[in-house]
Write a protein that binds this ligand. Structure first.
Ligand code: ASP
Length: 439
């Protein structure tokens, strides 16, 4: 049995947090490979080291004096080293970093140093081998993650060591230059390492005890999700539920390795299990609710649209030509509606409309803004009658007008479009009917 454990920024923000992390790792000998983030916030108003690095590098690139900014970053690491009483000196590392900043090594390189340095400290503290992610996590010449090469290199390397620390968030391009994943990308590294190690579990340690049924910013003390499938999670994180980087599901999903979200500050909590499939029913019919504001819908009307072959393609072509991705396309007999992100669409709306008239020749086009999409997700829906009915009666009860309904054929989710202003009310009503009342 082996486990890969990834610790997020807040779990490694100070010496005190490092001690908790070491206790967690040492309490289970199966926790063999460790993936750290850069030091995160120690308190609410604090700044993450990754953000400090980006800001510092911006100064370097603009030719400004960045000494004060880099000294502040150095101080963050020194505080940790001192607090742990380590015999470790990062002067040489910072000398190289200063030189590379002067040489304009790029913001990817700059940001990656957060994880790199934290990895060196953690490896030293645990007495584990340090594996630089630039040697084992590969991107291709186009900057896409190279899964095959990474898996080959990484699994070979891990097979040679009983324990190791592999910093998260970055890898290298074929020419050796450092490249990072998108923000929060250490989660992806953890998943890649779990796959390469053929781990039994990928534990992702953070500062909450797992996923919540709904956003705590909207629902006070929402219930925790005990077990969720990869597919359900994908739907929820796509709709904005945080905690885990959405791309981190793919590597472990291919191997059916479960992810366990855990809380560094409450290690006794079981957290949330993310699995391939399960016979465990969720307590409620739904597993979670998530949503996003800021959508526009473009309603396209054309008589006899239903019998015109290629109409849908022409409509989508107009969006494609303008570089806009669509979210949903509910359709009627003579109407087709395209949901798009408002911020992407707004400044191009007239171009898209002109293009639509040119290629699809509709009778009319109407654009509506300030809409929100809400996804109600649950594997339990498939075998339960009346889920949609309950959602809509709950919404009617609180006077929320439903603009759009979309149920995927997998019966895993129901997506609802409402006005931005009704977003919170709608989520509260759905949570209430399924979780609190649980009729
Ligand atoms: N440190 C990086 C960030 O803040 C990556 C991570 O923590 O996963 O985005």
């Amino acid at each position: 049995m082996s486990k890969v454990v990834k610790f997020g920024g807040s779990s490694l923000a100070s010496a005190e947090q490092f001690k908790k992390v070491a206790d967690i790792i040492h309490s289970d000998e199966e926790r063999r490979y460790v993936v750290p983030s850069a030091p995160g916030k120690r308190f609410k108003e604090d700044t993450k080291v990754t953000d400090m690095l980006y800001a510092c590098y911006d100064m370097a690139e603009a030719g400004k004096d960045f000494e004060k900014a880099i000294a502040a970053i150095e101080a963050r690491y020194e505080e940790i080293i001192e607090g742990l009483g380590l015999d470790l000196n990062l002067d040489g590392e910072f000398e190289i970093i200063r030189k590379n900043f002067d040489g304009k090594a790029g913001s990817n390189y700059a940001a990656s140093r957060g994880e790199y340095l934290n990895g060196i400290i953690l490896a030293n503290y645990l007495g584990y081998e340090f594996i630089d992610a630039a040697e084992v996590v590969c991107f291709d010449a186009e900057g896409e993650f190279d899964q095959e090469r990474t898996n080959r290199l990484l699994s070979g390397r891990l097979a040679q060591c009983e324990h190791a620390v592999i910093p998260g968030f970055y890898g290298a391009m074929p020419d050796g230059s450092v490249k990072t994943f998108s923000r929060g990308g250490s989660d992806i590294t953890g998943s890649i390492v779990a796959k390469a190690a053929q781990a039994d579990v990928y534990e992702n340690w953070t500062d909450v005890s797992g996923f919540l049924v709904a956003d705590p910013g909207i629902i006070k003390n929402p219930r925790r999700i005990d077990v969720i499938t990869y597919r359900e999670l994908r739907e929820l994180s796509y709709m904005g539920a945080g905690v885990l980087h959405e791309d981190s599901i793919f590597p472990v999903r291919q191997e059916n390795i479960p992810i366990n979200i855990r809380n560094t500050n409450a290690p006794e909590d079981n957290g949330t299990w993310i699995v391939g499939s399960t016979c465990q029913k969720s307590k409620y019919v739904i597993t979670g609710i998530a949503g996003k504001k800021g959508f526009c819908c473009v309603n396209i009307e054309k008589a006899k649209m239903n019998s015109e072959i290629g109409f849908g393609r022409k409509v989508l072509e107009a969006f494609e030509e303008n570089g806009i991705s669509f979210e949903h396309i509910p359709s009627g007999i003579d109407t087709l509606t395209v949901f798009v992100h408002q911020d992407e669409f707004m400044h191009k709306e007239q171009k898209v409309a002109a293009c639509l008239y040119r290629v699809a020749k509709p009778d009319s086009i109407e654009i509506e803004a300030d809409l929100a999409l809400i996804a109600v997700v649950g594997r339990g829906m498939k075998s339960t009658r009346g889920t949609a009915g309950r959602i809509f009666s709950a919404l009617a009860h609180v006077n929320v007008n439903v603009k759009m309904i979309d149920q995927g054929s997998s019966e895993l989710n129901i997506i609802i479009g409402v006005a931005n202003d009704d977003f919170e009310t709608a989520i509260k009503a759905i949570y209430d009917i399924f979780v609190l009342t649980n009729l």
